[in-house]
Design a protein around this ligand. Structure first.
Ligand SMILES: C[S@@+](CC[C@H](N)C(=O)[O-])C[C@H]1O[C@@H](n2cnc3c(N)ncnc32)[C@H](O)[C@@H]1O
Length: 272
């Protein structure tokens, strides 16, 4: 496979995008945001970027900035904006408010409104009429297993070969993202390079030659799969369970990746 071209000035584009996105309230750390920007810019597949779960627009702004700079087309941002996820209850300051107003304000302030195609809806409802190819599927919506699995199942069929799927909160106490990542991606011969950066799990869709990456995927699966049973019921972890989870999670490699390191992983023939 031909080596990927690194887009010009990517590091400074990521710096600039994060300078804006960091002010938006949300759940994304800098290294995670930079990974999203890197995936958006470097993924060697055609199609749109789809974000499931926007909240107040932190990841949307990061993706929108990078998409604007490189002319990548719209970021399709899907969220019902109704604060119904359990982890968001504490963020509802005004009972009449929704995250939609703040989302619109934040993408406007960041100067990326023109890049964002916002759908105030559940992903499953947008999926009913969806027919566009996807280059980057970013799942950060309902973190229950049923929710994450449904989002993956409905949108993954549209991900183009060499496109990337990433799930947030895969190394936190939610049942969905880690289970979908292990069962549907790491265990699939149709996926290639894969990894974690902080709590984002990502993998490239390689239907032609994913089996070349079987060994590194299996290595990652060995350390990631044991987490699934501990988060199965989506409850907050306490006491010994929490210690056990943290010990197991410590075995999972999840350091930040530079754009060079990330693109190298996509191309690298796996070590024997
Ligand atoms: C953790 S927040 C997203 C955070 C955001 N990506 C950021 O960078 O700050 C999860 C969001 O997913 C949305 N959500 C929950 N279930 C969803 C679904 N089925 N489809 C689309 N969005 C959903 C919630 O309304 C919430 O705003």
């Amino acid at each position: 496979m031909a080596r990927m071209q690194m887009p010009r000035n990517l590091e400074s584009v990521l710096d600039e995008a994060w300078r804006t996105a960091r002010h938006v309230p949300g759940f994304l750390l800098e290294h995670e945001a930079r990974l999203l920007g890197t995936i958006a810019a470097c993924t060697p597949a055609a199609g749109v970027i789809v974000e499931i779960g926007s909240f107040k627009g932190k990841s949307t702004v990061m993706l929108g900035k990078v998409a604007a700079h490189y002319g990548l087309g719209p970021v399709v941002a899907i969220d019902p904006h109704n604060f119904n996820s359990p982890e968001l209850q504490g963020f509802r300051t005004d009972p009449a408010s929704s995250s939609f107003t703040e989302f619109l304000k934040n993408i406007e302030l960041a100067g990326v409104s023109g890049q964002i195609e916002a759908h105030r809806a559940y992903a499953r409802d947008v999926a009913r009429t969806w027919n566009r190819p996807i280059r980057f599927l970013w799942i950060d919506g309902d973190h229950s297993y049923a929710g994450a699995k449904e989002d993956f199942d409905k949108f993954f069929p549209f991900v183009n070969p060499l496109g990337v799927v990433a799930l947030h909160d895969s190394l936190h106490a939610f049942s969905g993202p880690i289970r979908v990542f292990v069962e549907d991606m790491l265990r699939s011969e149709r996926f290639g390079a894969a990894g974690f950066v902080h709590s984002i799990a990502w993998s490239q869709f390689r239907p032609e030659d994913g089996s070349r990456f079987a060994q590194p995927r299996a290595q990652l699966e060995r350390v990631a799969a044991p987490l699934i049973s501990l988060v199965r019921d989506d409850r907050k972890l306490r006491g010994l369970q929490k210690i056990r989870y943290k010990l197991l999670r410590a075995r999972v490699p999840r350091r930040p990746l530079s754009p060079d390191e990330w693109t190298e992983l996509l191309d690298a023939p796996p070590e024997e």
